[in-house]
Write a protein that binds this ligand. Structure first.
Ligand SMILES: Nc1nc2c(ncn2[C@@H]2O[C@H](COP(=O)(O)OP(=O)(O)OP(=O)(O)O)[C@@H](O)[C@H]2O)c(=O)[nH]1
Ligand SMILES: [Mg+2]
Ligand SMILES: [Zn+2]
Length: 292
């Protein structure tokens, strides 16, 4: 726990906090604001109140489907760190992340890391991704944490904000944070040769303070991202390109699946909405939403 003067203390929780409507595996998350007292005669804090969260980002626990884990709270923005190889991030995973960020009203950006490894083919895929995501309002950046490419751009984006870094294990979240805050020297890991997957080097979410103001939250790699708390009928609100066209559907309760006069399906057929995005919509709608 950190106090406004920047000091850190060991802390424990007094009693139980209730979180409205959701059962979470963690009562407190990184980024939470709390009230506390010191234990008499010690430097140990006792947290006795959780202040209301401005927002939070959550994921379904993989094993306990009814339970959810709050990854972090009170965020100004969320960056999804993406790599095209070692490991590969799928479009479906990106879309589930973006839907979650929309649902919790957290502006999201995509950071393509390991630019130094991109082959010609990788650069073509990057251009495709950029055209998909920038068109619908998600800025994309290409960086190399290893070589320091475009780190200054990211530096500008994070100043005086609380920023979450998320993404699969091994994409370079911790490396990127180290490039942004060299004095921090947090542990980074290898990507395993045989599975091409990261090794889950970061094991819990951790917040780091920026010298010029603001915070960044490093998180453990996520393998799967279940989308929770979203009513099927509301799902299309969290796809900006669908949200923009919804009023044009013939039926106001259109599911955008096979209804006559559906403006969304028409836009997909006219190549105005990207097929991969629409497929992600269907996949989440039908509940096939936990695969990476
Ligand atoms: N070539 C190259 N390798 C990188 C780059 N960024 C990170 N790596 C390497 O990728 C591996 C994983 O990096 P980490 O920073 O530990 O990845 P992470 O996303 O924090 O992974 P978890 O903590 O497991 O979630 C390390 O071997 C890094 O050296 C980059 O820009 N280029
Ligand atoms: Mg890490
Ligand atoms: Zn429709």
């Amino acid at each position: 726990m950190q106090t406004p003067d920047g000091k850190r203390y060991e802390a424990r929780i007094k009693g139980k906090f209730r979180t409205k409507d959701i059962t979470t595996t963690n009562p407190l998350a990184v980024g939470d604001q709390v009230d506390f007292e010191f234990e008499p005669g010690s430097n140990n804090a006792v947290i006795d109140n959780l202040r209301p969260r401005k927002n939070y980002i959550i994921r379904k626990s993989i094993n306990l489907s009814k339970q959810a884990q709050i990854i972090a709270a009170n965020l100004d923005q969320a960056f999804l760190v993406v790599t095209l190889a070692s490991p590969r991030t799928s479009l479906g995973f990106i879309d589930r992340f973006l839907v979650t960020a929309e649902a919790y009203d957290i502006p999201a950006r995509l950071i393509y890391n390991k630019l130094d490894l991109f082959s010609e083919e990788g650069l073509e895929i990057l251009a495709e991704h950029k055209s998909i995501y920038e068109k619908i309002g998600y800025p994309c950046y290409e960086v190399s944490a290893l070589e320091g490419t475009n780190i200054d751009l990211i530096q500008q984006l994070i100043s005086n904000k609380t920023t979450l870094f998320s993404g699969h294990s091994g994409v370079g979240k911790s490396s990127l944070i180290n490039a942004l805050l060299p004095e921090l020297a947090i542990r980074t890991g290898e990507v395993s040769d045989w599975s091409d997957k990261g090794m889950h080097t970061t094991t819990f979410a951790e917040m780091h303070q920026l010298p010029g103001g603001g915070f960044i939250v490093d998180t453990p790699g996520i393998r799967e991202l279940g989308v929770i708390d979203i009513e099927k009928g509301e799902l299309s609100h969290f796809f900006p390109e669908m949200r923009d066209r919804m009023n044009q559907c013939r039926f106001n309760n259109c599911r955008h699946i096979n209804e006559p006069g559906c403006a969304i399906v028409a836009a997909v057929e006219a190549d105005e909405i990207e097929l991969s995005r629409y497929e992600s919509y269907l996949s989440i709608y039908h509940g096939n939403d936990t695969r990476a």
